[in-house]
Design a protein around this ligand. Structure first.
Ligand code: GLN
Length: 305
């Protein structure tokens, strides 16, 4: 299986420019004819750092029917691969227009034929999301017992020919609201319980580097961030399963209103308790990272513990 992460630096509210950026990156990349999955970041075309509902309102897209979904459909058919992209969702009232509309931080996944397979709504919101988005529908079942509840807060299920997949968006891999115990590992626990061989996270993950630090060695990953992501999958490492689990982490890069994003999109393999890393994008480079999961990963990650 071949997967790709399109790491780009969208600017808040510049939808057309952001689309052009994504297309320029794709046209500079040799996309294999047998690519299975192209993954874009969280809120890839709207940008991420909105401070209120009023500010994001002009960019909200109707459920699986806005510009991001249209783009994903065309690109999926063009490259004959699945496409997952993050977008700011507004629901369309089912019965009459006075029904309340809800807003979600979502991803849509489209099949190579351009069929919409799944709309996933972020469950664990980051502070920025809380200003405009609602939690994904099942986020009230976020404690450890969720793994066996019929209605888990994250998506784990069949996704077209990709097979069984667990999907999340950025903060979903953190402890709920940063207040639940670190060791609950809500997201990794569901992934483990559902036995998905493939896990995919769309992200707009921030970093603690200063703008000056971020622009130095842009092609180098932010190791501290990658190490943190790996740590959040510890239950899968400790399970020491024979069958490998692949984790695709598709982050954005760049800056918005002084906020720096960590880039460093990466694809990881967890097998028999060993974590290895195929490839990592730089912390501040726009790039489409293509990884063949059948190849040997380049690096082995050792735990410092
Ligand atoms: N904890 C994440 C961060 O610090 C969450 C960001 C997000 O959900 N976009 O970047």
């Amino acid at each position: 299986m071949k997967v790709a992460c399109l790491q780009l630096a969208p600017e808040v509210g510049q939808v057309q420019q952001n689309i052009q950026r994504a297309e320029a990156i794709l046209s500079n990349t040799r996309i294999p004819a047998d690519l299975d999955w192209l993954v874009l970041p969280e809120l890839a075309f709207s940008g991420y750092n909105f401070h209120s509902l009023e500010e994001i309102r002009p960019f909200l897209e109707p459920t699986t029917a806005g510009i991001s979904t249209q783009w994903a459909t065309q690109v999926a058919q063009h490259y004959n691969c699945h496409v997952t992209i993050g977008y700011p969702e507004i629901t369309t009232p089912a019965i009459n227009p006075s029904d309340t509309q809800t807003h979600y931080n979502s991803t849509v996944t489209v099949s190579p034929q351009g069929v919409i397979l799944h709309n996933y709504r972020k469950s664990f919101l980051y502070y920025t999301d809380e200003t405009w988005a609602s939690e994904g529908p099942a986020s009230n079942s976020h404690n450890l017992s969720n793994a066996s509840s019929p209605d888990p807060p994250f998506f784990a299920g069949e996704l077209g020919t990709l097979g069984k997949v667990t999907l999340g968006i950025c903060m979903d891999i953190n402890p709920y609201k940063f207040t639940s115990p670190w060791s609950n590992y809500e997201f990794a626990s569901l992934a483990q319980f559902s036995q998905s061989p493939l896990i995919c996270i769309s992200m707009a993950w921030l970093c603690h580097l200063t703008p000056t630090e971020l622009i130095q060695d842009p092609g180098q990953p932010d190791i501290a961030t990658v190490a943190y992501w790996v740590e959040r999958f510890q239950p899968l490492v400790e399970a020491k399963e024979e069958k490998p689990v692949y984790v695709v982490l598709a982050n954005r890069c760049g800056m918005e209103k002084g906020v720096c994003y960590a880039g460093s999109s990466t694809v990881i393999k967890i097998e028999k308790g060993i974590v290895s890393l195929y490839e990592t994008a730089g912390k501040n480079e726009e790039k489409c990272l293509v990884v063949d999961l059948a190849e040997r990963p380049k690096f082995q990650v050792r735990s410092g513990r």
